[in-house]
Design a protein around this ligand. Structure first.
Ligand SMILES: Nc1ncnc2c1ncn2[C@@H]1O[C@H](COP(=O)(O)OP(=O)(O)O)[C@@H](O)[C@H]1O
Ligand SMILES: [Mg+2]
Length: 216
């Protein structure tokens, strides 16, 4: 049975779709069968990214009339399901979180986004879902970037992996490839593989704790 991860943030442009597609690509690459459902019916950017399906065959739009059937079927065939969600806590954003086991909150470095992240954290907390913040679009070599890297290691609500701001990441949707195909071996590719490994560790550990609690 697949582990289900929703990528969620109230703010548009927070790198939800970028995170969803490249994390799913990296999980597939390291050997975990992963399928992505795009819940953003108004602006299905993940589906558009897939394009004609020559490079990516693991993205579909969620069926708005019967999401449960889609999810249950995909769960039985995969190790991970990733949900890319709409902004502004539209109804589908909440549904995706309710159907998820874990929540990833991508947050870019600027102050407004960090304020937004505080709000975003409250949603998985209320839903009682384990969550982690992913620092995205981090500008390497800037003071801000260094401050973030110094902070990250101290907080266990953040992934140790960060995703830096790179042109190749912004370019790869147009090629209908994830970063591991578009810029294989690049530092961005390596960052998403590292994130994927961290996600595997995180979901395994929490999974085990939940099971132990269930036995007690
Ligand atoms: N690490 C990054 N480096 C460069 N551009 C990025 C990065 N992450 C996201 N972007 C760009 O930022 C914009 C918003 O990202 P997107 O994933 O579509 O956000 P959301 O799905 O939250 O609305 C897109 O143009 C995307 O290409
Ligand atoms: Mg999006």
């Amino acid at each position: 049975m697949a582990i289900v991860i929703a990528v969620s943030q109230g703010k548009g442009g927070a790198a939800k779709t970028t995170t969803s597609v490249n994390l799913a690509g990296a999980l597939n690459e390291i050997g975990f069968s992963t399928f992505l459902y795009d819940w953003d019916l108004g602006k299905p950017d993940a589906l558009k990214w897939k394009g004609q399906g020559n490079h990516i065959n693991w993205i579909e739009l969620i069926n708005k009339d019967n999401p449960i059937e889609d999810i249950e079927s995909a769960k039985s065939k995969n190790d991970f399901l990733i949900f890319d969600t709409p902004p502004n806590y539209e109804q589908n954003a909440f549904k995706a979180i309710m159907a998820a086991d874990f929540v990833i909150i991508p947050t870019s470095a600027n102050y407004l986004d960090q304020e937004n992240a505080k709000d975003a954290i409250s949603v998985p907390m209320l839903a009682k879902k384990p969550f982690k913040i992913l620092m995205s679009k981090v500008k390497k070599g800037t003071r801000e970037g260094r401050e973030i890297e110094a902070q990250i290691g101290k907080q266990d609500i953040s992934f140790k992996s960060i995703i830096t701001d790179r042109n190749v990441i912004a370019q790869c949707p147009r090629s209908s490839q994830w970063i591991g195909q578009f810029a294989k071996g690049s530092d961005s590719h390596r960052q998403f593989v590292r994130l994927a490994k961290e996600v595997v560790e995180w979901t395994k550990i929490d999974h085990k704790i939940n099971l132990d609690e269930a036995i007690l």
